[in-house]
Design a binder for this molecule. Sequence first.
Ligand SMILES: C[S@@+](CC[C@H](N)C(=O)[O-])C[C@H]1O[C@@H](n2cnc3c(N)ncnc32)[C@H](O)[C@@H]1O
Length: 255
Amino acid sequence: MLQSVEKTVGAPEGKTVSQWSGAPREQAVQRMFSAIAPSYDLNNSLLSFGLHHRWKRLTASYVPEVSGGRALDIGAGTGDLAILLDQRMGAQGQVTAMDLNFEMLKVGAQKIAARGLNARIQCLRGNAESLVFPNDSFEAVTAGFCIRNVGNRPKAFTEIYRVLKPGGRFVCLEFSRPVSALLRKAYDWYSFHMLPKIGQWVAKDHTDVYNYLPESIRTFPDQERLAAMLQQAGFSHVDYHNLSGGIVAIHIAVK
Ligand SMILES: C[S@@+](CC[C@H](N)C(=O)[O-])C[C@H]1O[C@@H](n2cnc3c(N)ncnc32)[C@H](O)[C@@H]1O
């Protein structure tokens, strides 16, 4: 199922990952995902109090139902969104679950196989910044908690725009900025104090990943700035919906 076997290499140490840029940052992020892949699903459920399932179902609900359609999930990781996309494209459809990280995708591929969806969901290793698909290939592209980790986001958005069919939708689920000041305060406390402790304990992980997570959320563009970036990439209509008070947001961008 997995179409590439090249493994992720390590990154230089000394600074927190958010302070790196370019290739070292990408390598460090990938090293972290490789380390946590086996415990990623468990941690996701614990740290979001199970809410990530609901957030993903809502994300998929913004993908049009196109019987026999083609959809791409970028940063597919352990495959949840790709599996939900399959239901939108139907039995004759084709979904591609793409991720830069072999270990995450390996867990995803097992989940997809366990559901008997091998023939309908193809797992592919690849980078959001340089998609291998021809122009106008997909009815829909999704990304769940991936774009935050991408080094060159404008490049990724231009690529996503290119591979979508005219009228196609990019649906992006990401952490965002809680709307109320009180929630922001509580959320900051949780993500900077509790989340790294629980995350590292569950993942038995000695890399920086659960410190990187809150840092990367804080430095990620808020709802309006992300919408503006999508418009700059050429999307004609961009809308967003806040979930859980703006802790996460779903952006919907139409080509
Ligand atoms: C937080 S996980 C999200 C996994 C899954 N979408 C979910 O919602 O549970 C982020 C994923 O994005 C992938 N990723 C990061 N940068 C990427 C890039 N430039 N291209 C493709 N995937 C990337 C990571 O390898 C990781 O598997």
